[in-house]
Write a protein that binds this ligand. Structure first.
Ligand code: SF4
Length: 363
C-alpha cells in the first residue's frame, strides 16, 4: 500500500471545502460512578457539578446548532462524566436534537462506561437508533486494574453485562479500549475476547496517557504502539471489526483522500459544549479551562476555533516533509496538555507513532 502524495496546499483546500458543524459533543453531566485511573477529565471528577445539563440549555444548544450545521448534517455525541447517570437527560437530549435538527441529525450517540446500561435502556436506545460506544479495556483482569469505583471495586462485570444488553437488543456497539504500557502484552487477547463476545463495529484502541487521577499511567513507546495496532488491525479485519486509528489511515491511503481530524475540531468541524453551556473546540480544552466561549457569542470562524484550526499540518512548516502528512489526524491526542504543556500543543509522541504507522502500512 502506498501513501497518497499530499501537499499542504491540497490539505488546506480540502479543509476550506468543508464548511459548517459536523460533530457536536455534549457534556451532559460531570458525575461519574467510576474513577478510572487514566481519566483525563480529572478536574471535573474531583469537583464535579452535581446537576446534569439543564433542559433549557439543551434547547438553546439545539437552536444554535441548527444554524451552524454543515449541509451534510451533524452528529451529536452525549458524554460526561457518565451520561447514563442522568438517564432522563439522555432521553430528553435525543428528543430535543431530533426535533430541532430533523433530517440534519445524521446520528446520535452515547459514550458510556456501560455499567448503568439495563435491558429497558438498551431497548430505548435501539428503538431510537442511538449508537453506543462502551468503554471496555479487554479482559477482566486488565479492565479492573484501571476502571474501578470510588471504593476500589472493578467495573468489568457490570460493564460487560451492560454491553451484552445492547447486543441482545440488536445494537452493534462500538468499543473504546484504553491501554496502559504494562497491558500491551495482553492486548491481543483482550481484543479477541471483545470481538468474540460483542462483535463491535469499531474498536478504538487508545493508549493511556497522563494526566491521571492516581498519578501517571505510562503509555507505550510510540514505535511499539504503532506496530502493535497494525498487527491487531490485520487480525481484527477478518472479523469485520475496524480498529479505528489504523483503519482510518488505511482508508485514506486506499482512497488517496487526506485525513482530517474531525474529532477534536482541528479544522473547525467539531464543537463541544460543557455542562455549564461553555462552547469550545473540544471537551479537553474546556475541562482544562481553555478556549471557552459563551453560546450566545459563538463564531466557528474566529477565536479559539480559529486558533485550534491553525494547528493543522496544512499551516505548519514543520509538517511539510513529514511522511504522515495528510494521514495523521493532526497529531493531537488527548495527551496534548501533558505532553506539550498546553491543550493546543502538538503531541510529539503521536507524531512519532503516526510516522511509524504509515511506514509500517507502506511496507
Ligand atoms: S504527524 Fe506531526 S509532524 Fe507529521 S504532519 Fe502530522 S502533525 Fe505534522
Amino acid at each position: 500500500m502506498r501513501r497518497p502524495v499530499v501537499d499542504q496546499d491540497q490539505l488546506a483546500d480540502r479543509e476550506r471545502a468543508l464548511s459548517g458543524l459536523r460533530r457536536l459533543e455534549i457534556e451532559l453531566t460531570q458525575i461519574c460512578n467510576l474513577q478510572c485511573d487514566y481519566c483525563f477529565v480529572t478536574r471535573n471528577l474531583q469537583q464535579p457539578t452535581t446537576r446534569p445539563m439543564a433542559e433549557e440549555l439543551l434547547e438553546a444548544i439545539a437552536a444554535t446548532v441548527s444554524t451552524l450545521s454543515s449541509p451534510e448534517g451533524v452528529e451529536v455525541v452525549l458524554t460526561g462524566g457518565e451520561p447514563l447517570s442522568c438517564w432522563p437527560s439522555v432521553v430528553r437530549a435525543v428528543e430535543i436534537f431530533a426535533g430541532a435538527l430533523g433530517p440534519r441529525l445524521v446520528g446520535a450517540s452515547v459514550l458510556t462506561n456501560g455499567t448503568l446500561l439495563r435491558p429497558d435502556r438498551a431497548a430505548w436506545l435501539a428503538e431510537n437508533r442511538v449508537r453506543v460506544t462502551v468503554g471496555l479495556d479487554g479482559t477482566q483482569e486488565v479492565h479492573d486494574a484501571h476502571r474501578r469505583n470510588s471504593v476500589g471495586i472493578g467495573s468489568w462485570r457490570r460493564a460487560f453485562r451492560g454491553a451484552s444488553s445492547l447486543v441482545d437488543e440488536g445494537i452493534v456497539p462500538d468499543v473504546s479500549m484504553v491501554v496502559a504500557d504494562g497491558d500491551c502484552a495482553s492486548l491481543s487477547q483482550g481484543i479477541e475476547w471483545v470481538c468474540d463476545a460483542l462483535g463491535p463495529a469499531t474498536l478504538s484502541v487508545v493508549p493511556a496517557a497522563p494526566p491521571t487521577l492516581g498519578g501517571s499511567v505510562p503509555r507505550p513507546g510510540p514505535e511499539e504502539w504503532a506496530e502493535l495496532i497494525v498487527a491487531l488491525h490485520d487480525r481484527a479485519r477478518t472479523t469485520g471489526t475496524r480498529v479505528a486509528p489504523v483503519a482510518d489511515v488505511v482508508d485514506a491511503m486506499t482512497d488517496g483522500v487526506p485525513m482530517l481530524h474531525s474529532d477534536d475540531g482541528a479544522w473547525g468541524g467539531s464543537m463541544a459544549v460543557d455542562v455549564h453551556g461553555n462552547a469550545g473546540p473540544s471537551l479537553e480544552l474546556l475541562s482544562a479551562g481553555v478556549g471557552a466561549v459563551a453560546l450566545g457569542s459563538l463564531d466557528l470562524a474566529s477565536g479559539p476555533f480559529q486558533r485550534w484550526r491553525d494547528r493543522s499540518p496544512a499551516r505548519n512548516a514543520e509538517c511539510r516533509e513529514c511522511s504522515a502528512l495528510g494521514l495523521c489526524g493532526n497529531a493531537s491526542m488527548y495527551a496534548s496538555t501533558a505532553a506539550g504543556g498546553s491543550p493546543a500543543a502538538r503531541d510529539p509522541w503521536h507524531c512519532r507513532m503516526q510516522r511509524h504507522l504509515v511506514n509500517a502500512l507502506e511496507g
